[in-house]
Ligand binder design. Structure first.
Ligand code: ADE
Ligand code: ZN
Length: 334
């Protein structure tokens, strides 16, 4: 089997996916039109043309502007459903989806509208495609901790729908320690803990995510490689890294895909996984991310199986389900 077919066919999990980052220009125009929202761009092509980013902040400015047309529960349903159809087509059988409540509540959209639209699509995908999912509520780190606490408060009515809390948005200047208290409270509430760290920020931010937030997973984590002791601790504690290769190139954290560190991460014993981050903006969903690193770094079928197994192991699925899927992957290999 060609490696590309192997990648397509193997059942996969996705662990690092911002639902707002799946907003394809075609759907954005459709939803903007029905809500009477005027976009800054005149056409789908013009919008796509703007997707050239010098760094994370360049991207975030466009990403937040893109969310403005999302207003009703139906909009959030359509956004999520459109991703889940893609995911199903790529043989993703389990997905852990981040959403940014503050990007919506900050412009007057109720928390309930956002989460109810997303959840209904997740339930439909479970019924129609058999895709299982978990939701990760991410706090925006460029805002203050009080705003994160308000968001945590709003989420309490929907606690059983949310598996984990996360930390995303502009990294540099907003270390994990800024959110020490709200993460402690979230942990008390029973949420799993994720945080973006070491995407643009220094290894110290990964240390803080580990030691101050007590994370279960690190999102990205690339810059951990600059600190040998940190790599040792991440490997020892088996802390997964949810790595996003095409995102890293698009946001210029890696100069070209041939220099992507994911193989190095595996060689150092890190539990690296492959994910798409914001696929509508970065040129590919999970399969395209696998294909990109496989081609550029000469990965073979065993490497792909390792990465896919890592994703299921790193997921928040319960142990029985994980074991069952992982055993099935061995059979797939043959
Ligand atoms: N929000 C959406 N995508 C993100 C990324 N790659 N880093 C930080 N925040 C984000
Ligand atoms: Zn991300």
């Amino acid at each position: 089997m060609e490696l590309k077919d192997f990648i397509r066919k193997i059942p996969k999990a996705e662990l690092h996916l911002h639902i707002e980052g799946t907003f394809e220009p075609e759907l954005m125009f459709e939803i903007a039109k029905r809500n009477g929202v005027k976009l800054k761009y005149n056409s789908v092509d013009e919008l796509r043309e703007a997707y050239k980013f010098g760094n994370l902040q360049d991207f975030l400015d466009i990403y937040y502007a893109g969310t403005n047309s999302l207003q009703t529960k139906q909009d959030f349903y359509d956004l999520t459903w459109s991703y889940l159809k893609k995911a199903n087509g790529q043989n993703i059988i389990h997905t852990e989806i981040m959403f940014d409540p503050q990007a919506h509540t900050g412009r007057g959209i109720p928390f309930s509208t956002v989460i109810e639209g997303i959840k209904e699509a997740l339930d439909d995908a479970a019924k129609e495609f058999g895709i299982t999912s978990n939701l990760i509520m991410s706090f925006l780190r460029h805002l203050d901790e009080r705003s994160a606490f308000e968001t945590l408060e709003m989420s309490k009515d929907y606690k059983e729908w949310i598996t984990a809390v996360g930390l995303d948005s502009s990294e540099v200047g907003h270390p994990p320690s800024k959110f020490k208290n709200v993460f402690a409270e979230s942990k008390k509430e029973g949420f799993k803990i994720c945080a973006h760290a070491g995407e643009e920020g220094p290894p110290e931010y990964v240390w803080e995510a580990l030691e101050i937030l007590s994370v279960d997973r690190i999102d990205h984590g690339n810059r951990s490689l600059e600190d040998e002791k940190l790599v040792e601790v991440l490997a020892d504690k088996k802390i997964p890294l949810t790595v996003c290769p095409l995102s890293n190139v698009k946001l210029r954290n890696v100069d070209k895909i041939e220099n992507h560190p994911i193989k190095k991460m595996l060689d150092k014993g890190l539990k690296a996984t492959v994910n798409s981050d914001d696929p509508a903006y970065f040129g590919g969903y999970v399969n395209e991310n696998f294909e990109a690193v496989a081609g550029a770094l000469n990965l073979n079928e065993n490497d792909i199986v390792t990465l896919v197994k890592n994703s299921f192991e790193a997921s928040f699925l319960d142990k029985n389900k994980k074991d069952k899927i992982i055993n099935g992957l061995d059979a797939f290999k043959l």
